[in-house]
Design a binder for this molecule. Structure first.
Ligand SMILES: Cc1cc2nc3c(=O)[nH]c(=O)nc-3n(C[C@H](O)[C@H](O)[C@H](O)COP(=O)(O)OP(=O)(O)OC[C@H]3O[C@@H](n4cnc5c(N)ncnc54)[C@H](O)[C@@H]3O)c2cc1C
Length: 289
């Protein structure tokens, strides 16, 4: 049984910010919040259900500015959006691997980000596409790069009165491709033991742009900036895949848990980076993803 709580259902964004500032816990799809309440880890006196705020459900694409995704957009909506498959394939791969159909139907991309879990499946793909967060509070709005959104496990830069309003994702280069590989202990519904996202833009065999992000490889979702910088501008035929894997894994800082040891994760990460890089490369050379 859930403990008793007050429930607010504003349709106005600023009203939701005000209620959050007063201590109400935000709930979107509830697939993290209600589980935490059931487990006794969260005992809020009040919840503010934001699903009634209409424009937070909207998701659009513009060829100049890219995707504008309302924080309440569900994983299922993104998974079923043909344009995302065509232009942001790693994001399709991330969202379509969250939980089950039922969870994806309910769980939102904003909730996935704001929950702050290092394993969040949508976050790595968004990081490699260079996403920004549009955050709204009582005093106004601000844009924050997603890469700077996380401050620790389950911790974000959101102030007490702030909500994640929209996620802005620039358009990918025409000569680019992406991949997300999620490694789990079992095939059915499991959190990422590790996740690797790659965005790669090529000028023939020259790496014009490379972005690499990891899930569950550090206390927060992270980018492998040093490896990206070392490889940018290089001819991919001059670098061994094994070196790319080693370089990128050396930037990670996974912990040992009941799921896997730190050593296992680091070895596995080397392999997954190679696999994700090869997949993105094949897609880039194939031309259309
Ligand atoms: C069975 C099961 C399987 C799962 N499998 C996966 C999986 O494979 N991969 C994965 O990544 N996740 C998984 N999850 C976790 C969860 O489904 C996702 O994190 C989901 O995206 C959360 O979205 P939500 O809308 O349900 O968030 P909620 O539970 O409503 O909220 C999550 C957190 O974000 C805050 N929040 C939500 N929206 C906003 C906002 N707009 N502004 C500010 N704060 C906000 C809430 O206060 C809360 O702290 C699973 C969960 C369950 C129960």
């Amino acid at each position: 049984m859930l403990p008793q709580f007050e429930l607010y259902r504003p349709t106005n964004l600023l009203e939701a910010c005000r209620l959050k500032a007063q201590g109400a816990v935000v709930v979107a799809g509830g697939t993290d919040v209600y589980v935490a309440m059931h487990g006794g880890k969260l005992r809020p006196q009040a919840l503010v259900d934001i699903k009634g705020i209409a424009d937070m459900q909207e998701a659009t694409y513009d060829q100049n500015s890219g995707l504008t995704i309302g924080a309440l957009t569900t994983h299922r909506t993104i998974e079923e959006w043909e344009l995302v498959k065509q232009k942001y394939y790693a994001l399709f791969e991330g969202c379509s691997q969250v939980g089950s159909v039922q969870i994806r139907q309910r769980g939102t991309i904003g909730g996935n980000i704001c929950n702050g879990a290092p394993s969040a499946d949508s976050v790595g793909p968004l990081l490699v596409f260079g996403a920004e967060c549009l955050v709204v509070g009582e005093k106004g709005q601000r844009k924050v790069p997603l890469a700077g959104f996380f401050t620790g496990p389950k911790k974000t830069i959101l102030a007490d009165d702030e909500l994640l309003y929209k996620i802005l994702v620039p358009p990918p280069a025409p000569n680019s491709a992406s991949a997300y590989i999620k490694y789990t202990r079992r095939r059915a519904m499991d959190l990422a033991l590790l996740g690797v996202s790659i965005y790669l833009a090529l000028d023939k065999s020259r790496i014009e742009e490379l972005r690499i992000a990891f899930a569950t490889a550090a206390p927060t979702p992270m980018r492998a900036y040093q490896t990206e910088a070392k490889l940018r501008g290089k001819d991919y035929r001059s670098i061994s895949l094994a070196d790319i894997g080693k370089m990128a894994a050396a930037e990670a800082n996974p912990r040992s848990s009941w799921r896997a040891s730190r050593e296992f994760r680091l070895r596995l990460l080397e392999q997954l980076v190679q696999q994700a890089f090869t997949t993105a490369l094949q897609r880039a050379e194939g031309g259309d993803l």
